[in-house]
Design a protein around this ligand. Structure first.
Ligand SMILES: [Zn+2]
Length: 154
């Protein structure tokens, strides 16, 4: 596996590709270096049907991007991958800026619950559609993708 490093961004891939350049362009567009947080991107074959995921572990942002749709066995197309990467980098910015913090699993009564802090407010076992950080990412990923792809054409 090759690792391409740019500032505090490390992109781990089996080959050097267009996608590493796209990650770097997003990183610069969002000025992520200003947060002084390491970001590790892993391109993986598949992720149990998830297109991508981002978490904050040991003071580092970790992004996983799936290349293959588990259910169809087919690779995601250019548009899907571009949008997923943009979406996950928006989460990276949310974590790196401290607006979003994943507390992980906490005890809640008799149950174990997943807990996040978003802008100082605690969200416990909040359904995906009701997470404000997901709403923000879904509302802005297309625009980020378009803007970054535009800068890469020049
Ligand atoms: Zn998301």
């Amino acid at each position: 596996m090759k690792t391409k490093v740019h500032g505090l961004l490390a992109i781990n891939e089996y080959y050097t590709s267009y996608w590493a350049d796209y990650c770097i362009a997003i990183y610069e567009h969002l000025n992520l270096e200003s947060y002084n947080v390491g970001i590790d991107v892993y391109f993986i074959d598949e992720s149990h049907g998830l297109r991508g995921s981002t978490d904050f572990i040991d003071s580092e942002v970790m992004i996983e991007i799936a290349m293959i749709d588990t259910y169809t066995g087919l690779g995601y197309d250019f548009h899907d991958l571009s949008k997923t990467i943009a979406h996950e980098f928006i989460h990276a910015a949310q974590y790196a800026s401290g607006r979003l913090y994943h507390e992980g699993m906490i005890q809640q009564g008799d149950c174990i619950a997943s807990s996040w802090l978003w802008e100082g407010k605690r969200f416990v076992n909040t359904p995906y559609q009701e997470r404000p950080w997901e709403t923000e990412a879904s509302n802005t990923d297309q625009l980020l993708m378009n803007n970054v792809l535009y800068t890469m054409r020049m």
